[in-house]
Design a protein around this ligand. Structure first.
Ligand code: GCO
Ligand code: MN
Ligand code: MN
Length: 390
């Protein structure tokens, strides 16, 4: 029998050049793996098998100081590797954090010239992403934050960020790129504090944009967990608002530095409810593994890391299906949900008549409080399904 947990391009799993290409360098130590060229990384992903596509920051592909000739060679090699490995470019993004020019932010910098340079760099990065057919463009404001609020008015920072996005939406429309933007929040790292710390902050901003319809979010497991929040609920908010345009999957211990661990490797229960949510709501966008292999990994182990990320997703997808069809779960769900068309209708659209009826109703608080909610049983059965007990 074919392995049911073997990914195919249809699963829409993607990896970034900077994720599988991560060299293991950290603030305390040098690289433990060689720097592979973009084409070599695409070959590695081809070897992994079942990957849909690859994502890049402008400077993952073309170094910031590359000459036109160097840039042309890199792009040609990269295009060749995509073709021979049958991989797409799924998403593009801009590096607005690495260069010292962005030491105090990009779109939110106090320096008008830095702000203009950041917008120009993004326009060029969008050109590059469009050249390779990317239709999703991610904005992660790596340096959009502060260590001291004496430096700038945070309200002004929000306005500057909005104005850059409005401009870049206009640029995408005018160029006919047909891109959708996905905004990625993070509470801290590399800045002490970021101006858009959670997915909820971005969901609120989007409604104030000139082209709100083309802008959504790119939530990341680790980022929401760093803030001590429930990632599943962050994604639920985005799904309900029809703004889940992209997702960054990885894992993270609560209360630690940004760890970028392999999806599902820390918090299996959270990962299960996340996969169940995405599958129940038929999320059909890209699933991007924004994580790094352990610093101890060599090339073979990086391949295992990439395979493991996809395999865990597919295993959890199967467990979610199992959960949805489980007799005991179904019985418990029926027991805990007390639907009533009549009563729900009453508190639907407001009318004075409904308010009058509702106002006159009598509720028996003791009876309501006495209703059983066997959530212990439900949660234990959930855990057992997760642990493979049939
Ligand atoms: C991080 C972020 C980045 C972004 C990437 C895409 O914590 O460093 O998650 O990996 O996702 O820059 O814009
Ligand atoms: Mn991250
Ligand atoms: Mn990310």
């Amino acid at each position: 029998m074919a392995d049911p947990f073997k990914p195919t391009a249809k699963d829409r799993f993607t990896f970034g050049l900077w994720t599988v290409g991560n060299t293991g360098r950290d603030p305390f130590g040098e690289a433990t793996r060689p720097r592979w060229s973009p084409a070599e990384i695409v070959d590695l992903l081809g070897e992994v098998g079942g990957v849909h596509g690859v994502n890049f920051h402008d400077n993952d592909l073309v170094p910031i100081d590359a000459s036109e000739e160097e840039s042309a060679t890199i792009k040609r090699d990269f295009a060749g590797a995509l073709k021979r490995n049958k991989l797409q470019v799924a998403m593009g993004t801009t590096n607005l954090f690495g260069d010292p020019a962005f030491k105090d932010g990009a779109f939110t910098s106090n320096d008008a010239e830095v702000r203009a340079y950041a917008v120009q760099k993004t326009m060029r990065a969008m050109d590059l992403a469009a050249e390779f057919g990317a239709k999703i463009y991610v904005f992660w404001g790596g340096r959009e934050g502060a260590e001291t609020d004496a430096a700038k008015d945070p309200v002004e920072a929000v306005r500057r960020f909005r104005s850059a996005l409005d401009f870049l939406c206009g640029y995408s429309i005018e160029q006919g790129y047909d891109m959708r933007f996905a905004l990625e929040a993070k509470p801290n790292e590399p800045r002490g504090h970021m101006y858009f710390p959670t997915t909820g902050h971005y969901l609120a901003l989007i409604n104030s944009l000139k082209h709100a319809e083309m802008v959504g979010v790119n939530p990341e497991v680790a980022h929401e967990h760093m803030a001590g929040l429930n990632f599943v609920h962050a994604v639920a908010g985005a799904l309900e608002a029809e703004k889940l345009f992209h997702i960054d999957l990885n894992d993270q211990e609560f209360g630690r530095y940004d760890q970028d661990l392999r999806f599902g490797s820390v918090n299996l229960k959270h990962a299960f409810f996340l996969v169940k949510l995405l599958e129940d709501h038929k999320y059909d966008g890209y699933k991007h593994f924004d994580s790094h292999a352990f610093r101890t990994a060599d090339r073979d182990d990086v391949i295992e890391f990439a395979r493991g990320s996809m395999r865990t997703y597919l295993l959890l997808k199967e467990r979610a299906k199992r959960w949805n069809s489980d007799k005991e779960i179904k019985r418990l769900l029926r027991k805990i949900n007390k639907a009533s068309k009549d009563i729900d209708g009453l508190t639907g659209d407001f009318t004075p008549a409904r308010a009058e009826t509702l106002g006159a109703m009598e509720f028996n608080r003791e009876k309501l409080a006495a209703r059983p909610l066997p959530y212990e049983r439900l949660d234990q059965r959930t855990m057992e399904i997760l642990m493979g007990v049939e």
